[in-house]
Each structure stands twice: as structure tokens, then as C-alpha cells.
Design a protein. Structure first.
Lengths: 113, 112
């Protein structure tokens, strides 16, 4: 059974801090890893990572995948209160499509002013 | 584009009642999905569809049914509601061959 483990489960930091969220996985025939941000409602897509060692970047957020060690990190620099959310990691195996998507439980990030 | 829309936003059901959660997307996506999310947990796949007329079970299908008569709509049916079905339900869709899923705003369901 595919497994995705995120850590920490929750994290409280002050505005301006840098945070690193972790996602480790066990999946047969890995295809890609996705990061989502979930505020009060639906998850919104952040990054998709397929190749090892290539950093994806969007503003203050960045993510990288290590396929050898089976993990990914999501980095947020100069955090703002608007970054407060649950960050979800999901992996897809080579079966692709819906049956191959497994989510972690998420990291609940709280940014204090 | 409205993207993925879901109705209702919130519903309270009594045990044994039935209801249908509606999901519509206007992006011409072939793939559609239903997830449930319990507090502090990740999303669990209930059912999915790769196109009109085709549906398949996900990880937690028991107690639910789906249909996909059109590309746009993917309703989720609860026949005999149970307290264990209290959850937030998300519908999502994606293009064939693309792994990015676009989520609806969710339906919060409370079964008492």
C-alpha cells in the first residue's frame, strides 16, 4: 500500500521566519509528487515534482524532490500570516490517474504576527 | 470558467437519510474524483471517473455511489447516511494525462 508521511503535523512560527515542511513516501512505481495549500476550503495546487534534484520555485515558496531518499521538502521564506494553512503532499504512481493518488495528512502551519 | 463547483456547501442529515452531493466542472476535464477529508487527516479517494459512463472505486467507496452521465457532472450519492460519513467532501477534476487536480470548494456534511 502506498504511504505518504508528512512532518511536522503542526508548526507555529513568527512572521518573517523560514519554514521547511517534509514529505516522505513509499510508493510502487513513483511517477510524481504534488504539493497543495489548503486554507479554509479547497486545496490549491502549488508544485508538481517529477525529477530528482530540480527545484521548483514560486515567489517565496520552493520545493525539491529527492527520489533516492524518497522525500520532498517545501520551503517558505519570509513567512507571512497569509501563509497560514494546511500544506498537503500527494504522490502518484505509474498507474496514473485517480487510482494512483495518495495524500499525506498534511502539515498545519500557523504564522503568528 | 467557474472551475469546479459543488452544492450544497453544508448539509445536516439524520441517520438513514439519503442525499446527493453535486459536482460540476466547466473545464472539459475527462477525469473527475470524489474525496472525503476527516479532521486532521489527508484526503481519501471515494470514487473516480475517467470519462462519461465510466466510474471506479477508490480507497473508501463503501456507503457511496456515483454516476457519470456527462463529462461535466459527477454526483455522489449517499443512500443510508451514517455518522461515520460526517466529513468534508471534495470533488476534483483533471485533464487526461495531467496530474494536477483542481478542487471544488467542498461540501461539509454532518450526520446526526
Amino acid at each position: 500500500e502506498d504511504k505518504v508521511v508528512q512532518s511536522p503535523l503542526s508548526l507555529v512560527v513568527h512572521e518573517g521566519d523560514t519554514v521547511t515542511l517534509n514529505c516522505s513516501y513509499e510508493v510502487t512505481n513513483f511517477r510524481s509528487l504534488l504539493w497543495y495549500k489548503q486554507e479554509k476550503k479547497a486545496p490549491t495546487f502549488l508544485f508538481m515534482l517529477t525529477s530528482s534534484g530540480i527545484e521548483k520555485k514560486s515567489g517565496r515558496l520552493s520545493s525539491i524532490l529527492d527520489k533516492k531518499e524518497l522525500f520532498s521538502i517545501l520551503n517558505i521564506t519570509a513567512t507571512q500570516t497569509g501563509d497560514s494553512a494546511v500544506y498537503l503532499c500527494a504522490v502518484i504512481n505509474l498507474r496514473g490517474g485517480a487510482d494512483g493518488l495518495t495524500f499525506g495528512k498534511g502539515t498545519h502551519l500557523i504564522i503568528q504576527p | 470558467n467557474a472551475g469546479v463547483t459543488q452544492t450544497p456547501k453544508f448539509r445536516i442529515l439524520k441517520i438513514g437519510q439519503s442525499m446527493t452531493l453535486q459536482c460540476t466542472q466547466d473545464m472539459n476535464h475527462n477525469y473527475m474524483y470524489w474525496y472525503r477529508q476527516d479532521p486532521g487527516m489527508g484526503l481519501k479517494l471515494i470514487y473516480y471517473s475517467v470519462g462519461a459512463g465510466i466510474t471506479d472505486k477508490g480507497e473508501v467507496p463503501n456507503g457511496y455511489n456515483v454516476s457519470r452521465s456527462t463529462t461535466e457532472d459527477f454526483p455522489l450519492r449517499l443512500e443510508l447516511a451514517a455518522p461515520s460519513q460526517t466529513s468534508v467532501y471534495f470533488c476534483a477534476s483533471s485533464y487526461v494525462g495531467e496530474e494536477t487536480q483542481y478542487f471544488g470548494p467542498g461540501t461539509r456534511l454532518l450526520v446526526l
